[in-house]
Design a protein around this ligand. Structure first.
Ligand code: NAD
Length: 483
């Protein structure tokens, strides 16, 4: 619960519809809370159904206008927006840190990543190639063209408050679609800051709308409209399934980037310290609230003791605190619900027989801080071995042979990311072939660049963002046969 009210707002909050910034003006409002202090830092207006109707009508007009602009010019606007993001890096990073809790070093990187995404789609939009088939009869022409799918409804979560909106808006705009985006209510100013760069770069009115409100109400309203032709969602698997059902009613295209429970296989031929340094940084990035966060560490029994000890030492040394202070490497969790969820995961693991090597407790209050936690020897029956924790908890278990660890790695319904570390080229080859995940990092945690597809398999979702696949997801195929 919020305990204090800040004296100044950190950013102007509102809706953006039909090229206009709209304030509270009689709309319902909801508080925005700084997760590091629990202060109310702003009030967010919620879109009414009239606002959503306005956004839908605008998206229909905006689609016609935007698809008529040649990709080259569309790209120029998107590249200008990328430049503005870079120019405004510090200001935007501070906004994102204030509302998400993520440390400033990470939000600065996220601003740059968002700029790179717009730049990638600006270029790739020019390459939405079709093809011409060889004739089967004289005088005929058989052509395949790619067209923008239509207005997109997109729903972005709070864990990458800038990067998630950039991915969703970038793909739609690059393909020639208009988009109505609902960023997370926890991190509204970040989505608005991205929108502002696009508007200042010359994006025509009606091409983009930003709305906020009760997530389930907004998504069901937008998905029921025949104007929307595609939805793009990043969030939890249960919500993804719900939205898939709504999309099915109107046979709308979907991109679903859902949760993960990434395994990390560490073989006995590695430089243990090097793997530990990379692993601890990756695990506690954004307090573990990352869909590709490394979570289930399976470590060869020969190096297991050393690995657990080294992980624990490093976890204890992670400076935790307000993300605006440069010295901190981990901030708070996003809201009180996540704090309770992580507590429940760790309590359950403890009761199941896991050993808490370090952490396992809330940190100081105010603020939704939880200590960087390491659990070892965690039984398979513990909830944390089966459900995505989405928090600062590393689970470490030993393994003895390749086949058994591969079985463990692939046994969950998740299939977003998987990682492994080994110096054996033969093992690397087998890992690439056998790990069931949309993104596989071998001897690295770096699995995302704008030109690579980001997405999962199994219940982690379908479709990819970024890469040529990200653009393709916003295009439809038309075959034209002329005689
Ligand atoms: P949550 O399910 O309430 O919300 C997650 C996100 O989905 C939020 O951005 C929310 O606004 C949105 N959302 C929820 N219901 C929606 C609906 N009916 N229509 C449209 N959007 C909707 O959970 P939370 O406590 O905020 O987050 C924790 C869980 O969410 C985690 O367990 C994790 O699995 C998942 N999550 C995943 C990602 C990811 O990158 N895949 C990101 C954030 C959260």
């Amino acid at each position: 619960m919020a305990t204090q009210v800040a004296t100044t707002t950190y950013a102007d909050l509102g809706l953006f519809i039909g090229g206009k910034w709209l304030g509270a003006g009689g709309r319902q409002i909801s508080p925005v809370i700084n997760p590091a202090t629990e202060e109310v830092i702003g009030t967010l207006p919620c879109a009414s159904t009239a606002d959503l109707d306005h956004a839908l009508a605008a998206a229909e007009q905006g689609f016609k206008a935007w698809r008529a602009i040649f990709p080259d010019e569309r790209g120029r606007i998107m590249k200008r927006a990328a430049d503005l993001l870079r120019e405004r890096k510090e200001e935007i990073a501070r906004i994102a840190t204030t509302e998400s809790g993520k440390v400033i070093h990470e939000t600065r990187i996220e601003v740059m990543m968002s700029a790179n995404i717009f730049e990638w789609y600006a270029e790739e939009g020019r390459r939405a190639y079709g093809r011409v088939l060889p004739q089967r009869a004289p005088g005929t022409r058989l052509t395949i063209v790619k067209e923008p799918v239509g207005p997109v409804a997109a729903f972005a979560p709070w864990n990458f408050p800038l990067g998630n909106p950039a991915r969703k808006i970038g793909a739609a705009l690059g393909a020639g679609c208009s988009v109505i985006l609902k960023p997370a209510e926890e991190t509204p100013a970040s989505g608005l800051a991205v929108a502002r760069c696009l508007v200042d770069a010359g994006l025509p009115p009606n091409v983009l709308a930003i709305v906020y409100g009760v997530p389930a109400e907004i998504s069901s309203y937008l998905l029921a409209s025949p104007i929307i032709r595609k939805i793009s969602f990043t969030g939890s698997i249960p919500v993804g399934k719900q939205l898939m059902k709504l999309a099915a009613e109107g046979m709308k295209r979907t991109t679903m980037e859902l949760g993960g429970h990434a395994p990390v296989l560490v073989f006995d031929d590695v430089d243990v310290d090097k793997v530990l340094d990379a692993s601890v940084t990756a695990k506690y990035r954004n307090a573990g609230q990352v869909c590709v966060s490394p979570t289930r560490f399976y470590v060869h029994e020969k190096i297991y003791g050393k690995f657990v000890e080294g992980f624990t030492e490093r976890a204890k040394a992670v400076p935790v605190g307000n993300g605006l202070e440069e010295k901190n490497k981990m901030g708070p969790l996003i809201h009180a619900r996540r704090l309770a969820a992580i507590e429940a995961f760790v309590d359950d693991a403890r009761k199941s027989g896991a050993k808490v090597e370090t952490g396992g407790a809330r940190l100081r209050s105010p603020g939704y801080f939880y200590s960087p936690t390491v659990l070892s020897d965690v039984p398979d029956k513990a909830r944390i071995m089966n459900e995505e924790p989405f928090g600062p908890v590393a689970v470490i278990n030993p393994f003895s042979d390749f086949d058994s660890v591969m079985k463990q790695a692939n046994k969950l319904p998740y299939g977003l990311a998987a990682f492994a570390f080994t110096n054996s080229s033969r093992t690397v080859k087998l890992l690439g072939e056998q790990l069931e995940a949309g993104m596989v990092g071998l001897n690295t945690y770096a699995i995302s660049v704008p030109e690579s597809p980001f997405g999962g398999m199994k219940e982690s979702g379908h479709g990819s963002e970024e890469g040529i696949e990200g653009l393709e997801a916003c295009l439809v195929t038309k075959f034209i046969s002329e005689a």
